[in-house]
Design a protein around this ligand. Structure first.
Ligand SMILES: *Cc1c(COP(=O)(O)O)cnc(C)c1O
Length: 733
């Protein structure tokens, strides 16, 4: 489907194998590989390193190479070497479970847009052999975390890089760690490359994934290498951050990558600045022993280094900001690093901690938040840095999140020609507003996606019931006991989607605060509702896990009190695939965090991209995406925000106030859905989302805004294309 834009056959399959000194790669031509490498290496330093703790880019939701193969249908007549690659793509695992939520998915989406826009960027992250956990849900126990078994070696599109000097051997990067006596212990990382290939297969962004799980590595390193966001101890957590931060420069050097600008997402990789400062000092003062340099010299070096860093802060939630007890750092860094930290990573709240958010705020040339409201909040949180913090509102990669049915619709209208290249084209839906054919097809596409979602859910509900006999797991859904061949969940029923991480500030249980009230809305008007919920809680987040438990416990009560009109279904093991089905298949997307703790949120943008309206608290991106009566509905507390609003304590979470507002708003939504022919008012809203929101909340526009911070020199044609994207919106207004 995605590949229907290939009209020429010039990209022969055999041309899609390329090699260089680091290995042989499938999916791009030699020319493309050389172009990307030329962009990143050499002396011009005209490229960017994008650094993230997690990257979410599952091939089962976006895979241009596979689409291309399906398009060509040439898979039978090819030489044996090619066959291996192709077999792996068709039969290999389709998940790379190295992401935990919004941050990782955003990173993946961003890199895909960088690739579409042909920007000189390379990403660095870690490879976790045990990934992020997979979630089983039992109605009595709640969430059960299972570690995922995955094998990078068998995963299509992942390549272990070779050592150019010893062909056949893996490239190994040495990274110095220290013990509390300042004795060096070397950690070794191998490097995997995933290519984030663009939809026309003529450019890609390399993701370099450092893999520290080697047998010879020191035990603390190996412990920290397995699992994303392992928080068994603060030492493991700090070590993991350090593996990312200190791995960056050595891997770039080993590969000859010369980027000047480093883009930090959160402060996870910020210890890279310690190395940069040490290098700068070595040049400036020619003293190899940092104990001899003055504080002023360190500060001057930091100011110089700051010019190389772009910093994005992604959350106002305190738990998202790394603070480590100084004693933790005694064990993993050199004395001279600790001197730099003493000067630059001051923690306002504790003399005994380093604050890495402070360090990242301090050492950069520009910092940004991820929405306008988040910018205002960040200004209040970090008054000392307020003058340099701007807003770049997040987006989503439109080619990843558009459903097949919607994409086909767009393909069929000449007014939307080129929408794959330029999501701004969707503004032209304005010309199709009252085109009956467009409206009918849009409704049909929506119904098709709803049917797909319901097939998945009804199958899941039966599977859960049947698995009871083979496992000890109780079906997580009450409905598994009801469903049979004649009683199934019905796609025609108004369907509300809610899916994201289960953190307490996201308040997944908000709308069930008064179940009697909720049920009476349905019963009094005979308006049935299906609520579809999904999401994982971090395994160490007990309050988050208990919200999942609560949700499960409400199911029976909702069903009984509403006489079967209201059903709540929980879909276990939320991932990108489930997200994609949900955002396109539901009738409305619900988001109800405690304002202003949702810095941006992106799942609502994925819904909007498919024309699905949002019903949301005025937080994050929705402050910018909500247009009264046009794109969806708002509810809950509004108004200005201050420090006190950042509290996450249970009594500050505004359950009573915001749920009451929800119950007042919901009937308006249901009336529009049930009391209009051909869903006409919902189609109006879908259309307004395409016109007003898609051109803004996409990662092409976002990439263009970041580009203004990157200070790259680009060929003029490319630069003017990017200027076009940045004209779609100015986040920082
Ligand atoms: C988009 C997405 C998220 C982020 O959702 P938010 O609403 O921004 O919290 C998390 N997990 C997955 C799998 C996603 O696809």
């Amino acid at each position: 489907m995605q590949a229907s834009n290939f009209n020429d056959n010039s990209l022969d399959l055999h041309n899609l194998v390329a090699k260089n000194q680091f290995g042989t790669f499938f999916g791009v031509s030699q020319q493309t590989l050389d172009t990307v490498w030329d962009n990143l290496t050499g002396n011009n330093q005209n490229s960017v390193v994008y650094i993230s703790m997690e990257i979410g880019a599952d091939p089962d939701v976006f895979h241009p190479i596979k689409d291309r193969l399906m398009d060509l249908e040439k898979t039978n007549s090819m030489d044996s070497r090619l066959k291996q690659f192709v077999k792996k793509i068709f039969e290999g695992p389709e998940k790379i479970p190295c992401y935990g939520g919004g941050l990782g998915v955003l990173a993946g989406d961003t890199l895909k847009s960088f690739a579409d826009c042909r920007l000189p960027v390379v990403a660095v992250s870690l490879l976790y052999r045990h990934g992020y956990f997979s979630q089983i849900v039992d109605s009595k126990i709640g969430q059960i975390a299972q570690s995922v078994a995955w094998t990078p070696e068998e995963t299509p599109g992942l390549y272990l890089l070779q050592d150019p000097e010893n062909p056949g051997q893996a490239l190994q990067v040495e990274i110095p760690f220290f013990n509390e006596f300042d004795q060096e212990t070397l950690a070794i990382a191998q490097v995997w490359m995933k290519m984030e290939v663009n939809h026309t297969l003529d450019y890609f962004i390399p993701e370099l994934l450092l893999d520290f799980s080697l047998a010879d590595n020191p035990v603390p390193i190996k412990n920290a290498a397995g699992q994303l966001y392992n928080s068994d101890s603060s030492i493991i957590k700090a070590t993991q951050r350090r593996m990312l931060g200190t791995g960056i420069l050595p891997v770039l050097q080993a590969m000859g990558i010369s980027s000047y600008t480093l883009h930090l997402n959160e402060q996870h990789g910020v210890v890279v600045v310690l190395q940069l400062i040490a290098e700068e000092l070595a040049i400036r003062v020619k003293k190899s022993d940092l104990s001899q340099v003055s504080n002023e010299e360190i500060i001057a070096a930091a100011d110089k280094v700051a010019d190389r860093l772009v910093y994005t802060i992604h959350t106002p939630v305190k738990a998202g900001h790394d603070r480590f007890n100084k004693s933790v750092y005694a064990g993993i860094s050199h004395r001279s690093c600790r001197r730099i930290l003493d000067l630059l990573a001051h923690d306002d709240e504790s003399l005994h901690s380093y604050n890495f958010t402070t360090l990242a705020m301090r050492v950069n040339r520009t910092a940004n938040s991820v929405s306008r409201l988040h910018r205002d909040v960040t200004h209040k949180q970090f008054p000392n840095f307020a003058n340099k913090i701007t807003a770049i509102t997040n987006g989503v990669h439109h080619l990843t999140w558009i459903s097949d049915a919607r994409a086909e619709l767009f393909d069929n209208f000449p007014e939307l020609k080129n929408w794959r290249r330029d999501p701004g084209v969707l503004r032209n839906v304005d010309k199709l507003k009252s085109n009956t054919r467009f409206r009918t097809y849009l409704l049909r596409a929506w119904e098709e996606d709803t049917t797909i979602l319901y097939k998945f859910i009804n199958k899941m509900l039966l599977r859960h019931r049947n698995q009871m006999t083979s496992t000890w797991i109780d079906p997580p859904n009450h409905y598994s006991n009801i469903i049979d061949s004649s009683t199934k969940l019905d796609p025609k029923i108004f369907t509300v989607g809610f899916a994201r991480r289960f953190s307490t500030y996201k308040r997944a249980d908000l709308i069930f605060d008064n179940i009697g009230k909720l049920c009476s809305i349905a019963v009094n008007n005979n308006w049935p509702i299906n609520f579809l919920f999904s999401g994982k809680a971090h395994p160490a987040d007990e309050p988050g896990k208990s919200v999942i438990k609560l949700i499960l416990n409400y199911q029976q009560e909702l069903h009984a009190k509403s006489r079967g009109l209201v059903n709540l279904i929980f879909i276990p093991n939320y991932d990108m695939h489930i997200a994609k089905m949900m955002v396109a298949g539901v009738h409305i997307w619900l988001n109800n965090p405690k304002r202003p703790l949702e810095a941006s949120g992106t799942s609502g943008m994925k819904a909007a991209l498919n024309g699905v309206p949002n019903l949301s608290i005025m937080d994050g991106w929705w402050v910018e995406g909500y247009h009264e009566g046009q794109t969806g509905w708002k509810f809950g507390r509004e108004g200005s925000v201050d420090e006190a609003d950042l509290s996450e304590s249970p009594d500050a979470l505004l359950y009573a106030e915001d749920s009451a507002s929800f119950y007042a708003t919901l009937p308006l939504v249901l009336e529009e859905f049930y009391e209009n022919d051909e869903k006409s008012r919902f189609i109006d809203k879908a259309i307004m989302n395409l016109i007003l929101n898609v051109p803004i909340f996409n990662t092409h526009r976002m990439a263009a805004e970041y580009l203004q911070k990157y200070q790259l020199k680009l060929p003029s044609r490319l630069q003017s294309e990017m200027d076009g994207f940045s004209k779609l919106y100015n986040s920082n207004e």
